[in-house]
Design a protein around this ligand. Structure first.
Ligand SMILES: CC/C=C\CC(=O)SCCNC(=O)CCNC(=O)[C@H](O)C(C)(C)COP(=O)(O)OP(=O)(O)OC[C@H]1O[C@@H](n2cnc3c(N)ncnc32)[C@H](O)[C@@H]1OP(=O)(O)O
Length: 727
């Protein structure tokens, strides 16, 4: 039953029942219409309470129905209008979540009572749409333009206490919201209801709405880089102030239809479900997320308090896991401790703002700082986060192997070293796993969980569950140099570098990719990460520095094209932000504002002259094609090698760890949207003209998928099923 009804004296309680989140699917909407019609004409009913089963009001419209062939036949706003016009008072009893259409439904009720732990909001913008069941028209009428705009454009979850302060709910209760709503319903029987019908009220404001919204629009254009939904949300809110309610609703509908036509909602909804699907990992041996139990992690330790270690300690503590943080000397321990404490203070401040109290178990886990390895021996899981050096990591794992209790999990935060080699020095390779966090680790949502050859399914389940506890989106990947995200970044950065050789400047390449929607272009990103990191790794591989065989041409390695520009900058001490100079110049070492550097322009001009490189006319569109298709081609190779289990995994990694614009779904989704044949043609053309750039040679899988007509992304797995799986 999609909705049930019970009677409490003269109050009918209608309960939405559609597990797991009471989404307002077509059957739920039909059931609501039926129940409403019956209670309206039932003379024994004097008031109505609307609530959700299993402690959740509703997570909104059923997102799956937006793209399904069977389009909705019932409009949510029609139901809302029906509720609002009812002559018997309707009280929403909000528990758990009231999101999107769920909150819009509640806003159509005459009163709202919420349990104190409820969160509510209009997060439609995060899935590429706008609240189109009256939310953009009713919320501003209830709480005013600025507060409504903030909730609608950011799509944020509003805790019940804040919702009460804003006036979204009439009462917040610590116990059953349904019982409180029934009580309230009884009290309001017979009272005048006109002012409680939000659609009949005018929006109140004492600001210049147009000027306020114009500023918001400009800000949103800069902040959301090409995403259309935030802009549509602002226009819908404008309509609430300028138009009568019904015309505002028409505007809401028009904006929804125009958004749908951009293709962005489909991409963002694909991203939404992909994030949920990657948690459902499966191994070729049949073990899966739902048949392997994770072990409970009660305590953890982190080794190394550099940038990554500090973020990881904070992330664990934020999730209320007690942590032991270890450094090798007092100086580093002290500076790590200072940094962690300041990060934790900020987290505590945030928790306070969200209305969470430590007494309710929402506090921060304790952090104990130490120089002594012995202190780690009883923790359930340790994460090594020292710098990228195989010998150092092996020393640490040897030590851990002898100190730690036998069932402790040993994780490494390497960003690309061989997990099997690290595990080989331990007495428990089955408990060794890669947990690749992204910087800043207390903020970035991505966690690449890297399975080694001997990693057990229980270890995988535990690392994946730890990711969830930390509020991250954990993606299981196989073990290969650089894993998935960083591996795909290689060819992308290579193309960006080649473009400089051919006549572009860093700021031009960055601008093209930032206009595409990336949070940061490749050169700003390299400056932020530190150019010395890649330089050290290239020196270790004999590609740069003294290890390069004498007589090797400057722009060639092993017969292939090579760009030494980044090495040359490092030789001059230009490491990026940390040294105040890199591809850009900064106000000071550690400065964050990148300014184009005339020195770099001059340096590039001399370089091109030295090597007699003719400036080629590369159309700006080609900047995108070359950088993005290089990255995508490597993504296909990752799939071909069985390092990721599907295109969704890659897309989730890029959306959450590399600043890929979510409104474009992810690199593999983008490839399928552009058309695989088109991607293949561009790669083939480039590779034919540049056979010395092997990364641009079209991958076998891309060719195969293009040959069968470039099927939609959800069908790629049929082809992947025939390929090796290294998970
Ligand atoms: C005409 C337009 C009118 C209205 C527009 C809308 O209402 S659009 C929908 C707006 N609502 C949202 O965007 C909420 C989306 N959901 C969430 O944010 C989270 O799922 C939620 C509710 C906070 C719960 O989070 P939790 O971490 O507890 O669970 P999880 O995310 O894994 O979700 C559990 C399963 O429920 C599925 N699901 C969630 N929301 C919806 C939804 N609105 N429609 C359909 N399905 C939904 C989710 O995919 C999970 O499914 P599973 O098969 O178990 O992976």
């Amino acid at each position: 039953m999609a909705a049930t009804r019970t009677l409490s004296h003269t109050v009918a309680v209608i309960k939405i029942n559609n597990p797991p989140v009471n989404a307002l699917s077509t059957p739920v909407c039909q059931a609501l219409i039926k129940e409403l019609a019956e209670v309206k004409k039932d003379p024994s009913v004097e008031a109505i309470v609307l609530c959700g089963a299993n402690g959740k009001f509703s997570a909104g419209a059923d997102i799956r129905e937006f793209s399904s062939a069977a389009r909705r036949t019932v409009s949510l706003e029609d139901i809302n209008a029906e509720i609002e016009s009812t002559t018997k008072p309707v009280v929403a009893a909000i528990e758990g979540v009231a999101l999107g259409g769920g909150l819009e439904l509640a806003l159509s009720c005459h009163y709202r009572v919420a349990h104190i732990k409820t969160v509510m909001g209009l997060p439609e913008v995060l899935i590429g749409i706008l609240p189109a069941a009256g939310g953009t028209q009713r919320l501003p009428r209830l709480i005013g333009i600025p507060a409504a705009l903030d909730i609608i454009v950011r799509g944020r979850h509003v805790p019940a206490t804040e919702a009460f302060q804003l006036g979204i709910v009439d009462e917040v209760v610590p116990s059953s919201a349904i019982a409180a709503a029934v009580q309230m319903a009884r009290k309001v029987i017979g009272k005048p209801m006109d002012s409680r019908r939000l659609s009949t009220n005018a929006v109140q404001y004492n600001i210049n709405v147009d000027a306020f919204l114009d500023t918001a629009l400009e800000k949103a254009k800069r902040q959301f880089r090409g995403a259309q939904a935030p802009l549509a949300c602002i226009e819908a809110v404008r309509a609430s102030a300028q138009l009568p309610y019904q015309r505002g609703i028409e505007k809401e509908r028009q904006l929804f239809a125009s958004l749908w036509a951009t293709g962005q909602p489909q991409a963002q909804q694909y991203a939404f479900f992909s994030e949920r699907n990657v948690g459902k990992w499966t191994l070729p041996s049949g073990e899966r997320w739902d048949n392997v139990r994770p072990c409970q992690i009660r305590t953890a330790a982190v080794i190394g308090l550099g940038t990554m270690g500090r973020g990881i300690v904070t992330s664990l503590s934020k999730s209320n896991i007690p942590v032991i943080a270890l450094e090798q000397d007092t100086k580093q321990l002290d500076s790590g401790k200072k940094a962690v404490n300041s990060l934790l203070e900020r987290e505590a401040e945030k928790l306070k703002k969200q209305g969470n109290s430590f007494a309710e178990g929402n506090g921060l886990g304790s952090v104990h700082f130490t120089l002594n390895f012995e202190d780690l021996k009883n923790v359930d899981l340790v994460i090594e986060a020292v710098y990228e050096n195989m010998n150092l990591k092996k020393d640490i794992f040897r030590k851990l192997s002898s100190i730690m209790k036998p069932d402790a999990f040993l994780c490494t935060n390497t960003s690309g070293l061989n997990i099997d080699e690290i595990a080989s020095v331990t007495n428990r390779p089955q408990l060794v796993i890669g947990t690749h966090f992204f910087s800043p680790a207390n903020i970035m949502r991505l966690l690449e969980v890297v399975r080694g050859r001997h990693t057990s399914p229980t270890t995988i389940a535990t690392a994946m569950s730890l990711g969830k506890m930390l509020g991250k989106v954990a993606v299981l990947v196989g073990n290969c140099p650089l894993f998935v995200g960083n591996r795909m970044l290689g060819p992308y950065l290579e193309q960006a570098n080649y473009l400089l050789e051919e006549g572009y400047y860093p700021e031009e390449v960055d601008q093209a990719l930032e206009e595409f929607g990336f949070a940061m272009g490749p050169f700003r990103m390299m400056d932020l990460a530190g150019l010395d990191v890649g330089w050290r790794s290239r020196m270790e591989k004999g590609l740069a520095g003294s290890g390069v065989p004498p007589g090797t041409p400057a722009r060639q390695r092993e017969g292939n094209r090579y760009c030494p520009l980044a090495d040359m900058l490092c030789e001059l001490g230009r490491f990026g932000q940390k040294s105040g100079k890199g591809w850009y110049q900064y106000e000071k070492p550690g400065g964050r504002h990148a300014h184009p550097d005339p020195w770099v322009r001059d340096f590039l001009a001399k370089y091109r002259k030295t090597y007699n490189i003719k400036q080629q006319a590369v159309h700006p569109e080609q900047i995108l094609q070359r950088c993005l298709y290089a990255l995508i081609n490597e993504g296909f190779r990752v799939l071909e090698d069985g390092i990721a289990s599907g295109p969704e995994d890659i897309d989730v990694i890029y959306n959450n760890g590399y600043g890929w614009p979510k409104h474009r779904g992810g690199p593999m989704y983008y490839a399928s949207a552009v058309g695989l044949h088109e991607v293949l043609m561009v790669l083939e053309g480039y590779h034919k003209a540049n056979p010395d750039v092997p990364s641009m040679k079209p991958s076998f899988l891309l060719k195969k998928l293009a040959a069968v007509g470039g099927p939609p992304i959800k069908e790629w797995r049929t082809q992947l099923g025939k390929l090796p799986n290294k998970l």
